[in-house]
Design a protein around this ligand. Structure first.
Ligand SMILES: *Cc1c(COP(=O)(O)O)cnc(C)c1O
Length: 301
C-alpha cells in the first residue's frame, strides 16, 4: 500500500477574516489521481481484509457514474486483484467515462435492472453464481461498512492543529461516521448532504458507527457529536445549476484548488453560507475535508 500525502492548507478569504474564523482544507484529493479522497480511505481496510482472507476477487456495487466503482477498479489494478462491478441499470453499449475507465482497469461489469438492484445484497449469491464466480470479497455500495468507517477514522488523527469543526460532504455518511468516531468532546463534525431529503443519513451514520464499534470491540459509543446540513443539495444527487457552477469558478480561481459539482462544491457552498449567517463563533477553527472526486468534474464548469 502507498503512504498518503494529504496536507492541511489554510484558505484565505476576506469573508473568513470578517467572521473571525480560520478555515483549513484537508487535501485528501491529493492522495492518488484515481483512488482519490475518501474512496481510498474506505477501500484501504477492505483490501487488507480481502488479503487476510486470501480472496483475490473484489465484488462491489454502484451506479454508472459511481466514484466508488472508479476507485475500486483502479485499486484492484494497482494491488493486483480481479474486480467485478455490479452496476445499477441497463447495460451501456457506449460506456461513459467512469465505466470505460473501470473496464480499462480490468473490472468486469455485471448489470442489474433497477428492480434487481434493490435487492442486490440479498441476491448476491444468485448473481455471482450465475457468473460462476467464487473466492470473492464483497464491499458494500460506496464502501459503506465498518472497515470503511475505520479508514475514515484515520483522517482526524492526521490533523495536528486544534480545531472546533470538521466538515465533509455526505453520500452514504460513511466518511462522516469515521470523523465522528475520532473527535474529542469539544469538536463537532458537520455533514453536508449531497442528496435531497438527506435526514435519513443521521440514522445511517449512527448505524455505521455502532457496526464499527462492534467490529473493533470498542467500548466507545460516541455517536451524537455531529449535525447534518440538508439544505445544500441543489435539487438532489448529481443535480447542479449555474449558481453552483459560478461558485465553483470563483472558488477555484481564488484558491487554485479544483472541486466538483456532485459533492465537494455543495459542501464548500454550505460552509460559506454558514459563515455568512454567523453560524461559527469568532476565534473558531474549521476543517473542510476535500474528499476528491475531481475526475468527475463537469466539463461545463
Ligand atoms: C463518494 C464521495 C463522497 C461521499 O462519501 P460517503 O462516505 O459515502 O458519505 C463524498 N465526496 C466525494 C468526492 C465522493 O466521491
Amino acid at each position: 500500500m502507498f503512504t498518503i500525502p494529504s496536507p492541511l492548507i489554510k484558505l484565505n478569504d476576506l469573508l473568513f477574516d470578517e467572521a473571525g474564523i480560520e478555515l483549513f482544507i484537508k487535501r485528501d484529493d491529493l492522495i492518488h489521481p484515481q483512488i482519490s479522497g475518501n474512496k481510498w480511505r474506505k477501500l484501504k481496510f477492505n483490501f487488507l481484509e480481502a488479503e487476510k482472507l486470501n480472496k483475490r476477487t473484489i465484488v462491489t456495487f454502484g451506479g454508472a457514474y459511481s466514484n466508488h466503482i472508479y476507485a475500486t477498479a483502479a485499486a484492484g489494478k494497482l494491488f493486483g486483484y480481479k474486480t467485478i462491478g455490479i452496476i445499477r441499470g441497463e447495460e451501456q453499449i457506449i460506456l461513459n467515462p467512469t465505466l470505460n475507465f473501470a473496464t480499462e482497469c480490468g473490472m468486469e461489469l455485471i448489470y442489474l435492472s433497477r428492480e434487481e438492484y434493490k435487492n442486490k445484497e440479498i441476491n448476491i449469491d444468485k448473481t455471482i453464481l450465475k457468473y460462476s464466480l467464487n473466492d470473492f470479497y464483497i464491499i458494500s455500495e460506496g464502501g459503506s461498512n465498518a472497515l470503511g468507517v475505520k479508514g475514515c477514522a484515520e483522517i482526524v488523527n492526521e490533523i495536528d492543529i486544534p480545531f472546533n469543526y470538521i466538515c465533509c460532504p455526505c453520500g452514504t455518511g460513511t466518511t462522516l461516521a469515521g470523523l465522528v468516531s475520532d473527535l474529542n468532546n469539544s469538536q463537532t463534525a458537520i455533514g453536508f448532504s449531497a442528496l435531497k431529503g438527506g435526514d435519513f443519513l443521521v440514522d445511517d451514520v449512527k448505524t455505521l458507527l455502532s457496526d464499527y464499534y462492534k467490529h473493533e470491540r470498542k467500548e466507545s459509543s460516541r455517536n451524537s457529536n455531529f449535525n447534518l446540513q440538508t439544505d445544500y443539495h441543489f435539487g438532489g444527487y448529481a443535480k447542479s445549476n449555474e449558481v453552483l457552477f459560478d461558485f465553483i469558478r470563483t472558488f477555484e480561481k481564488r484558491h487554485s484548488i479544483l472541486i466538483e459539482q456532485v459533492y465537494t462544491a455543495k459542501m464548500f457552498f454550505g460552509i460559506y453560507e454558514l459563515i455568512k449567517i454567523g453560524y461559527f463563533k469568532k476565534g473558531e477553527t474549521i476543517i473542510a475535508l476535500h474528499t476528491g472526486g475531481v475526475q468527475g468534474r463537469d466539463g461545463k464548469i
